[in-house]
Design a protein around this ligand. Structure first.
Ligand code: CA
Length: 247
């Protein structure tokens, strides 16, 4: 008789023990269906594998390269996507509005979010192209660029300068119809040309903003690199596209 009375307690103890092993935050009682609802946005932190659907994807770093395809930007104003087999990912973006040489016109401000896996400094480059009639010249070859949070850096007289607002970013492509690797800051106060870097203070999501400057400028992709020689980046990034991870 005493054993029979004790049995429910043993079963109850076993259930509690199973509960402890099952998971941490999002334990699902065994009597309920597993959550395979594709719209369940709250289910993005389980890593049990069987029934999860990716709920959020982030462009991120791989092998020292964080590549942002132009076509991943959230386009506004007179920016448009163009299909081209010469472009990375088969697409580039082109600005077809008026020139904004003196200051950014935020009607044409575009942005992209990405994930940096650790505190690091990155060099900023791109693959861009001028239309054939402007190739190698000084038209259709620049944008305004800014990393919110004042994370961008220039180097003037060997000293780092924090970039607190939009600055001009420029380079040129050849007449061969290829997208060209390059990109440098053209600062005006004081007048100076500089490579651009960006310091990410910790792992997390960040944003890059670009605002149109010159008409018919073509952007294939932005190349952020960390710990790599610039020549290596130029060579290895041409045939690579962006990397995403999904939760
Ligand atoms: Ca592209």
């Amino acid at each position: 008789m005493k054993k029979l009375l004790f049995l429910p307690i043993v079963i109850f103890s076993l259930l509690i023990s199973c509960t402890d092993d099952a998971s941490e935050d999002n334990f699902i009682p065994p009597t309920e269906e597993a959550p395979i609802d594709e719209n369940n946005e709250d289910n993005d932190d389980d890593d049990n594998g069987d029934n999860e659907t990716p709920t959020a994807c982030n462009i991120t770093t791989k092998d020292g390269l964080l590549i942002l395809e132009g076509e991943s930007f959230e386009l506004q104003g007179k920016w448009g996507v163009v299909a081209d087999e010469k472009a990375s990912g088969g697409k580039y973006i082109e600005y077809t509005g008026a020139n904004n040489y003196n200051s950014p016109n935020l009607t044409h401000e575009i942005s992209v979010k990405f994930y940096v896996p650790a505190k690091a400094g990155y060099r900023v480059k791109w693959f861009m192209r001028q239309p054939p009639e402007e190739a190698s010249g000084d038209l259709a070859n620049d944008v305004w660029i800014y990393f919110p949070g004042d994370l961008g850096r220039a180097y003037v007289n060997q000293q780092p300068v924090t970039l607190e607002h939009y600055e001009k970013f420029v380079s040129r492509s050849a007449k061969d119809g290829e997208f060209a690797f390059g990109g440098a800051l053209d600062l005006h106060n004081p007048k100076s040309s500089s490579w651009m870097t960006v310091d990410f203070p910790e792992a997390g999501e960040y944003t890059l903003n670009i605002c149109a400057r010159s008409k018919h400028f073509q952007l294939d992709k932005i190349i952020l690199s960390t710990g790599l020689d610039n020549d290596v980046v130029a060579e290895t990034s041409k045939d690579l596209t962006e990397t995403s991870t999904c939760d």
